[in-house]
Design a protein around this ligand. Structure first.
Ligand code: NPG
Length: 379
């Protein structure tokens, strides 16, 4: 039987799964309201099947500061709870992964990495691309860039200026109490009102801060992202009614169901879709679809991914409802050296990979150099 026929007949037989931890230094420290990242500690998943292999990337951070998941926990839950269920389920297609793992509550970033690896393996066999599979309608996407909290206003202006010179089409500024109104005023004063500008608080404000956040209305922002903690849906709905700036949710949206509820409650006028946060690219597509039907704009978030996650995010961002530029930047924004050939911007855009699966190849020498540990799990 040909490998293609194997995939056509219902799935891939998983022979082993490699869990690989890699560490990549960031080109510059990235400060948000929840902490400063100076390197990326990433868990990669390589699924080895009878018909070929596939790669997944787990976006969980080293510490549980952005969300409850963190990379050591993700690795543990994959080894002890998710892989045994996947192996038991037998022959696998990506469409069946979520159901096989359903009885494990949460751990969406961990689940997403397994689904991504199986999807990559399956699409490589099927000779189709992530973009083709997900329903991409563009061959290039507009790039935004996320600018961390800086030590001074002059440093902020210099940082934004350098990104704009390299072509980025939209700027997102990280904010927190004490670094919000004046930095936004300074960027607007320097770069004018045509600049597509938005802010991200990563849950740093309290519901009582509504009147303060209303001061941002004077700057014509595209959106304010996740001002309040993730469970505060009602507070976000009240803020959306109080201020002109559209309220966008990130951390609060962990599934298509939470997206639908937040939209219906008036808490989400725009949604940031991060596949890891919602349990994978298939759930991400469902959120896209329901937002598209309801006229809710979406954009693709970023979690400082390597070239693997970046390839998949670019494909997702090429779907028709992604009408705002995402946090999908060129590889050089993150790393001096990536584990895949770098994604380079042309005129502020990135090309959607067209090859089979993720459409990118690992650079084996770099991968070896950045690897910290490797574990092989077998059924
Ligand atoms: O370009 O990948 C990127 C980073 C975009 O700001 C960004 N991500 O809160 O959205 C966020 C933030 C983040 C980064 C969150 C890393 C969690 C981890």
């Amino acid at each position: 039987m040909s490998t293609k026929a194997v995939a056509d007949q219902g799935g891939l037989t998983i022979e082993a799964v490699e869990l690989r931890r890699v560490r990549l230094p960031l080109v510059a420290p990235f400060r948000t309201s929840f902490g400063t990242q100076i390197e990326r500690d990433v868990l990669l998943v390589r699924v080895i099947t009878s018909a070929g292999e596939g790669w997944g990337e787990c976006v969980a951070l080293r510490d549980p500061l952005y969300s409850s998941e963190y990379v050591d926990g993700a690795e543990y839950v994959i080894r002890h709870h998710l892989l045994p269920r996947l192996f038991r389920a037998g022959v696998m297609r990506a469409e069946a992964v979520a159901e096989a793992l359903e009885e494990v509550i949460g751990h969406r970033m961990a689940k997403a990495s397994l689904e991504m690896a199986i999807l990559d393996a399956q699409l490589r066999v099927d000779e189709s691309s992530f973009g083709g599979y997900l329903g991409a309608v563009h061959d290039r996407i507009d790039c935004g860039v996320s600018v961390g909290i800086q030590e001074s206003l002059p440093r902020l202006i210099d940082t934004v200026s350098a990104y704009l010179e390299s072509g980025y089409r939209r700027v997102k500024m990280k904010i927190e109490p004490g670094w919000d109104i004046e930095p936004v005023r300074a960027v607007r004063a320097q770069f004018g009102t045509d600049l597509l500008l938005q802010v991200d608080a990563n849950s740093a404000y309290l519901p009582a801060d509504g009147e303060h956040l209303k001061l941002l209305d004077q700057f014509g922002l595209l959106l304010i992202e996740q001002p309040f903690p993730e469970e505060e849906i009602l507070a976000h709905a009240r803020l959306a009614a109080l201020i002109e700036t559209p309220v966008c949710l990130d951390e609060s949206i962990v599934s298509a169901q939470t997206a639908l509820d937040a939209i219906e409650l008036g808490a989400a006028e725009i949604i940031n879709i991060k596949p890891g946060r919602v349990g994978g690219y298939l759930e991400a597509r469902r959120i896209h679809d329901l937002c598209h039907e309801r006229g809710i704009p979406v954009w693709c978030g970023g979690m400082l991914e390597t070239g693997l996650g970046r390839a998949a995010n670019i494909a997702l961002a090429a779907l028709p409802g992604f009408t705002l530029p995402g946090d999908v930047s060129a590889s050089s924004r993150y790393f001096h050296e990536d584990i895949t050939p770098p994604f380079e911007m042309e005129d502020g855009r990135l090309r959607v990979p067209a090859g089979a699966g993720l459409g990118v190849q690992i650079l084996p020498d770099v991968l070896e150099r950045v690897t910290i540990t490797v574990q092989l799990e077998r059924p």
